[in-house]
Design a protein around this ligand. Structure first.
Ligand code: ATP
Length: 313
């Protein structure tokens, strides 16, 4: 099964066990190396648990994906996709780090960096919406992580506030690459129907196609939602939501920050190549142009990941 999946153990770049002996003869971690705590989240085919390493007492999030469920739903590929994407993206502060991957008879396990402060969705729900300052800060971190992700030829394809996690210092950690696409051999587009209705881009609905630009569409929806507390596109059914998306039919509520409005208008563009951030490097809508947008004027990009987060409000 694992060979079929192309599921291999990652190089032990960071040892969880800190030089101490693991309980497996191969030295690779196994379930017995962790003490499991509360459930951090549940997905359709997985459960994410808080886990403490018995070797050094460090805490991790372990994503447990049940083989029977995955097999029944023909979702086995999501495991190798997520594994491959996280391996490729290891090393950016805005993306959860992958420490280890292993399996037993029943499940696959991904040992991931803990994002202790939970989902951005919970923050938006709790506060109703975010201040302009907070939106600038979090939007900037998402832009920086997206630029890195795309430079490594990974498309997320399901960006939404539920998949934007917060670490101890309230910095963004993008998670859930199960529906991502790792582009190979210069390919620049993917053709599987994925994502969550409210954040799906027109090209997915019309051409069944996603590119890096589709992540910038979802990002536009997220900025709109942070500022207003509402979905940019939503209706009584997914079908009706899709009709609105295809027509780019949305409205700004009164009082919506003017620069944020301009940013969103440049992201929620029907024609994917024209979206701000989606252009190849050196073009007028490349990632640098996005970073230079007036909405980001207060952002100091060089200390984005070391400056303290603004108070959540
Ligand atoms: P979905 O049904 O959204 O596709 P999934 O099975 O792909 O879910 P994830 O989105 O990766 O699973 O994780 C489910 C939830 O578990 C997250 O929304 C989050 O609340 C929690 N979670 C995941 N990873 C972490 C982490 N590294 N630190 C803390 N909590 C996490």
């Amino acid at each position: 099964l694992s060979r079929e999946l192309g599921y291999e153990e990652p190089a032990p770049s960071t040892s969880l066990l800190n030089g101490k002996r693991s309980s497996t003869p191969s030295g690779k971690p196994s379930l017995r190396d962790f003490q499991f705590g509360k459930t951090l989240g549940e997905g359709a085919y997985s459960t994410v648990k808080l886990a403490t390493s018995r070797a050094d007492g460090k805490q991790y999030a372990v994503k447990i994906m049940f083989k029977v469920h995955l097999d029944r739903a023909r979702k086995l590929k999501t495991v190798s996709t997520e594994h491959k994407a996280l391996q490729r993206l290891n090393g950016h502060p805005g993306i959860v780090a992958l420490y280890h991957a292993f399996q037993d008879e029943f499940s696959f396990y991904l040992v991931i960096e803990l994002a202790a402060k939970g989902e951005m969705q919970s923050v938006i729900s709790r506060l109703g919406s975010l201040s302009t300052r907070c939106t600038q800060y979090y939007a900037a971190q998402i832009v920086d992580a997206l630029e890195y992700m795309h430079s490594k030829d990974v498309i997320h394809r399901d960006l939404k506030p539920e998949n934007l996690l917060l670490d101890d210092a309230f910095r963004i950690k993008i998670a859930d690459f199960g529906t991502g696409k790792v582009l190979e051999n210069g390919d620049q587009r993917a053709t599987t129907f994925v994502g969550t209705a409210q954040y799906q881009a027109p090209e997915l609905l019309e051409l069944n196609e996603t590119t890096k630009s589709s992540d910038y569409w979802a990002f536009g929806c997220i900025v709109y939602q942070m500022i207003s507390g509402r979905f940019a596109f939503n209706s009584l059914s997914d079908y009706l939501t899709w009709q609105k998306i295809k027509k780019v039919e949305y409205e700004f509520p009164n009082g919506f920050d003017e620069q944020a409005k301009d940013l969103v208008q440049n992201l929620l563009v029907h024609d994917a190549p024209k979206r701000l951030g989606a252009g190849p490097p050196g073009t007028p809508n490349d990632p640098n142009a996005l970073k230079s947008h007036a909405f980001f004027t207060p952002i100091v990009w060089t200390s984005l990941w070391t400056d303290p987060a603004p108070p959540l409000e």
